[in-house]
Design a protein around this ligand. Structure first.
Ligand code: CP
Length: 332
């Protein structure tokens, strides 16, 4: 069974091959179609890019997308194993997934981190329920820890802009201000993506806004294997040294259980907003979107010549198509 859960499910070389295939499709290559196949896409959280790009990519390959929003257009899902369901939830995820996987050829799911219990977020209970109860392949549309389709699009832009082998190129992933603590799936994925490309990664954040040390260690090991490396900095002057700056906010790993303290500190950290002057002349600025303009990054930075933000969002369709080809199209 094929799964796309963290983007490196098949290894770093297949990840880079998927990125290359997405860029071929973007350049006009004919997609390998999968007519008659059906994709069930379940969104427990809102989406603009992921939803439209997966639907558009499915259409490109002749796949019928069936998009569901539990609690809105289908029954509210119970996620807890062994729950006595005498409250608001109507259908258990194990029943929903078992039934849906009889209707479709692949299932995809979005379920963000709860940000309450770090071990629960590490365990990814919703994504894991889909893996456990589905009889068809599962695609992660952003879970508590990972956002593989965003990672593929980021990698496509980096290789399109820096060349097919960006090994050793300096990339800074910088924490940015935001009114509230956000899940870390995107920044975690940025680390894995840059590591798979063998880049020289700097993870820049104020003290206390760390990422899961397990994720940082894993990304560092992959980066080293691929000819790159990973260091952590609390000095945002490092942004000026980067060819690629990825801006994102996240709630600190050490902030679990003390988000009020973190919120007070966040109010003092507006100087971490990314501005044009933070970027070297040949650097690219990336952000997954949606972005809080003039909080995370300024209009001038997001709309200026260094911004790779919109082109990366557009690549979400081509990278989704490459994934669906790999998982659903017949071999030629
Ligand atoms: N970047 C991203 O996943 O966007 P959406 O949340 O709109 O899907």
């Amino acid at each position: 069974m094929l799964y796309l859960l963290d983007g490196l499910d098949w290894g770093t070389a297949p990840f880079r091959a998927l990125v290359a295939r997405a860029l071929e499709l973007e350049a006009g290559a004919a997609p390998r179609r999968a007519p008659g196949k059906r994709l069930g896409a379940v969104f427990l959280n809102p989406s603009l890019r992921t939803r439209t790009s997966i639907e558009a990519a499915a259409g490109m390959l002749g796949i019928q997308p069936i998009v569901l929003q539990p609690g809105t257009d289908t029954w509210a899902l119970e996620l807890a194993e062994g729950a006595v369901m005498d409250g608001l939830t109507v259908e258990h995820v194990k029943d929903a997934v078992a039934v849906l996987s009889g209707f479709v050829d692949a299932l995809a799911v979005r379920a963000f981190a709860g940000l309450v219990d770090p071990e629960e977020d590490r365990a990814e209970p919703v994504l894991q329920a889909f893996v456990d109860y589905s009889t068809v392949p599962v695609i992660n549309l952003e879970s508590a820890r990972w956002h593989p389709l965003q990672g593929l699009a980021d990698a496509a832009t980096i290789t399109r802009r820096l060349g097919p082998d960006p090994k050793g190129e300096p990339l800074v992933l910088t924490w940015a201000p935001h009114p509230k603590a956000l899940p870390a799936a995107v920044p975690n994925q940025v680390l894995l993506t840059a590591a798979a490309l063998g880049m020289q990664i700097t993870l820049a954040h104020p003290e206390g806004f760390d990422l899961d040390p397990q994720v940082v260690a894993r990304a560092g090991a992959i980066a080293a294997d691929e000819g790159g490396g990973l260091t952590v900095s609390h000095d945002r002057a490092c942004l000026r040294e980067a060819r690629v700056v990825v801006a994102k906010s996240w709630g600190g790993w050490s902030g679990y259980g003390r988000r009020d303290d973190e919120a007070r500190r966040r109010a003092e950290l507006s100087s971490w907003r990314v501005e044009e002057r933070d970027l070297a002349p040949d650097a690219g600025l990336m952000h997954c979107l949606p972005v809080r303009r003039n909080v995370v990054a300024t209009d001038a930075a997001l709309d200026g010549p260094n911004s790779w933000v919109i082109e990366t969002a557009h690549r979400r369709m081509w990278t989704a198509a490459a994934v669906l080809e790999q998982m659903l199209a017949e071999e030629m």
